[in-house]
Design a protein around this ligand. Structure first.
Ligand code: ATP
Length: 354
């Protein structure tokens, strides 16, 4: 097991900077997820940790040892690509043992020993997946890197494998770095998530921290389904202020810990923190209603932009109906809409993990 420390790590490909000044520590035994849209630098970061790519600048430490210029083979790190990268003509036993030149497959994490002598080409998708995982884990390397391992799977099976991977990690506690663009996967499995955008690590925190206390509009808009709503407004704000003015309506927010000069702002509200009633603080017109079983997603047009509310399906709401909206004041985030950063407020003082 290992602690992995990145210090001002940068990666440039010619003039293009794929990863910018990344500094963070992955704790011993942690399931750490690199999450972000395509091209944001997740895989490049993972490959630098594994030793498959050299950083242009910065240092990488594995358990305190500087491994920045060590080859992948000298780092004792396991790597799982898309889980179907198996040798189809070989048996399960050979697939696990061959790439690792492993003396014994007794330690293989594949639980199904009856599968060992079967050819991989005859296995179901699920069993192929488990074999590939077993192959990566059999070495008990210091750390395990996984790059979109569930990418090729359909939604139902992906969910099943998420649960299995999580259970496996709980059992062996190997430091794991996992790359995905899928926020659901990240939220379900991670101890901590690093959200990346344009080569920058924007925020690191536990799934709950990232969801409840997004430090930037990019994070708030990337996480959640539907993601956080942003109501645009212009104002100046004073430190200690406990409400903001949207078109004359005073909306209570967690006490602000910083002031801003007159500027473009956005009030961030999660769909589940909106209620629809006749006497709401903000008025709007219902644009659409999506039935989802016990809940429904109601899209409302307001003067500050479109907003989605997640409310119980039993509440009757009609398209084109004029409605009032109320917000859970304890959970609102005010953003500087130009820089995209969240303003400091009491909400961020409740953080459980940094
Ligand atoms: P994806 O999920 O699409 O792979 P990612 O977040 O993992 O996205 P990376 O693969 O790390 O992104 O790539 C980051 C950026 O660096 C991309 O714009 C990519 O085109 C570029 N890049 C990656 N490898 C190279 C390379 N060898 N040469 C030039 N550019 C590269």
């Amino acid at each position: 097991m290992a602690e992995i420390d990145l210090q001002n790590v940068q990666k440039r490909f010619g003039d293009f900077t794929a990863v910018r000044e990344s500094s963070f520590t992955i704790r011993d035994g942690e399931f750490f997820v690199l999450l972000g849209p395509s091209g944001c630098g997740k895989t490049t970061t993972l490959r630098m940790i594994a030793g498959l790519e050299l950083p242009t600048e910065g240092k990488i430490l594995l358990d305190g040892e500087d491994v920045t210029y060590k080859r992948a083979s000298q780092r004792d790190i396991g790597f799982v690509f898309q889980l179907f990268a198996l040798y189809p003509r070989m048996t399960v036993r050979e697939n696990i043992a061959f790439p690792l030149k492993c003396q014994s497959v007794q330690r293989a994490e594949t639980k199904r020993r009856d599968l060992l002598e079967r050819s991989v080409s005859g296995l179901s998708g699920g069993d192929s997946q488990r074999v590939a995982l077993g192959r990566a884990l059999v070495r008990r390397a210091k750390a395990c890197m996984m790059d979109e391992p569930l990418g090729a799977l359909d939604a139902e099976f992906r969910h099943l494998m998420c649960v299995e991977l999580h259970a496996l990690h709980d059992r062996i506690r190997a430091t794991t770095v996992y790359v995905t663009h899928d926020q659901t996967e990240a939220m379900a499995m991670a101890d901590r998530i690093a959200v990346m955008n344009h080569g920058v690590v924007v925020q690191i925190g536990s799934p709950q921290d990232i969801y409840d206390r997004p430090s930037a509009m990019h994070v708030a808009g990337f996480i959640g389904s539907p993601p956080m709503n942003f109501l645009r407004f212009k104002s100046s704000l004073a430190q200690g202020q406990r409400s903001v003015q949207l078109n004359g309506a005073a909306i209570r927010v967690p006490t602000l810990r910083q002031a801003v000069a007159e500027g473009e702002l956005a009030l961030g509200v999660r769909p589940e923190h909106v209620t629809i009633s006749d006497a709401g603080e903000i008025r709007g017109e219902v644009f659409g209603v999506e039935y989802m079983g016990t809940m429904q997603i109601v899209t409302v047009n307001t003067k500050h932009g479109q907003l989605k509310a997640r409310i119980p399906s039993r509440q009757r709401v009609q398209v084109r109906e004029a409605v009032g909206l109320n917000f859970d004041s304890e959970r609102l985030v005010v953003f500087d809409a130009v820089s995209g950063s969240a303003l400091k407020s009491r909400l961020f003082e409740e953080s459980a993990d940094g």
